[in-house]
Design a protein around this ligand. Structure first.
Ligand code: HEM
Length: 335
């Protein structure tokens, strides 16, 4: 009897303990961390060496889509968000400040003898057409390119999403399509103007005299293009060539077996050269308009004042006068 009572007590006790145990809140088991065993991104990045990519298996034809992580991508982003704005700031804002300072100190370069009222043809219609097709497309390319690089930081906060995305969309279209008239314009400039842009000893003397730009009354002799203009010409031709080649790889990416690292190289080259190109063209536009009296006429009407030509291109003016003297009375001037 006693045993049975003990057994019953034990069962009751066990049941009680189980019941009480069941009432006890189960101690919070740490939720299983599904990524505990997985590798952290930075671990991956450390493990990957330049040139490596972490890629998975995919079934779509575009093999590039298999790439998950590419270490150079970090370096590329750091360059674009860090160095590029600095390069742009120094080049473009630096040049603007320099031109403003030059204008304040030197002022507008005047024609010392004033306008003579007689003109000579400096650039014929076709020259001016080439110039303004190249210049016009360059200006739109520069503005839309700057918007692609810095629009999100500079324009978006000012104008808001809607305006910015419209601008960016139109800018990208203009950038893609105006690249072609720009490339054609640079090629035509090369063909039409190269003969007058070959460096000569005269250019050295011009450079030594500072081109007569820094001091009043100094006018070193020059033919059609002086050393400064020849510099602009070769920057436009060679810079235009590299901008076109790098731009071509951005218009038609991953062609010729190029991979993402190549594309990053073309973007960086295109962006950095663009900033320097814009800075140089700012100086050219300055001296070709507000910076020098009588200069704009050369690309405006094409007719420049004889005194202007005498002070800036004296040897070229002599050549024109000889040509004019040789030409029969009713012939139009060659240039
Ligand atoms: C608003 C901007 C611009 C203005 C006001 C301007 C003005 C001028 C003027 C007045 C000349 C004739 C200078 C002379 O008598 O020899 C000239 C020449 C020239 N321009 Fe422009 N230009 C501008 C933009 C550009 C751009 C964007 C490019 C190329 C991307 C360019 C390329 C050239 C070249 C190669 C020459 C001949 C070489 C020289 O004279 O420097 N120009 N420009």
């Amino acid at each position: 009897m006693k045993t049975a009572i003990h057994a019953l007590r034990a069962i009751a006790l066990a049941l009680l303990l189980t019941f009480v145990g069941a009432l006890q809140p189960v101690a919070a088991q740490p939720a299983p961390n599904p990524t505990a065993q997985s590798v952290k991104e930075d671990q991956l990045l450390q493990a990957l060496k330049p040139g490596d990519t972490l890629s998975g298996r995919i079934s779509i034809p575009d093999a590039k889509a298999a790439n998950l992580i590419q270490p150079e991508g970090q370096a590329w982003r750091t360059f674009h968000q860090g160095s590029l704005p600095t390069i742009a700031g120094v080049a473009i804002l630096g040049m603007t400040a320099l031109l403003a300072l030059f204008f304040l100190v030197r002022g507008r370069i005047r024609i010392d003898k004033g306008f003579s009222g007689r003109t000579v043809t400096r650039f014929a219609g076709f020259d001016r057409f080439i110039h303004w097709v190249t210049a016009g497309s360059f200006i739109v390319l520069a503005l839309s390119g700057l918007n692609l690089s810095f629009g999100k930081t500079l324009i978006l906060p000012l104008f808001g999403d809607a305006t910015f995305s419209t601008l960016a969309g139109l800018g990208k279209l203009a950038h893609n399509y105006l690249a072609f008239p720009f490339m054609a314009g640079v090629a035509l400039m090369l063909v039409v103007w190269v003969k007058d842009n070959i460096p000569t000893r005269l250019d050295l003397d011009w450079i030594k005299a500072g081109g007569g730009i820094f001091a009043k009354g100094v006018h070193p002799p020059a033919k059609r293009f002086n050393a400064g203009q020849k510099g602009i010409f070769w920057i436009v031709v060679l810079g235009g060539l590299v901008m076109s080649a790098s731009g071509w790889h951005l218009l038609f990416p991953f062609t010729d077996g190029h991979n993402v690292v190549d594309q990053q190289f073309w973007v960086n080259l295109h962006a950095v050269l663009a900033m320097v190109f814009i800075a140089v063209m700012l100086a050219h536009a300055y001296i070709g308009s507000v910076g020098m009296e009588g200069a704009f006429d050369a690309m405006g009407s094409g007719e420049v004042d004889e005194n202007w030509a005498h002070e800036h291109h004296s040897l070229w003016l002599e050549e024109q006068k000889k040509l004019r003297a040789k030409a029969p009375a009713n012939a139009l001037p060659a240039e």
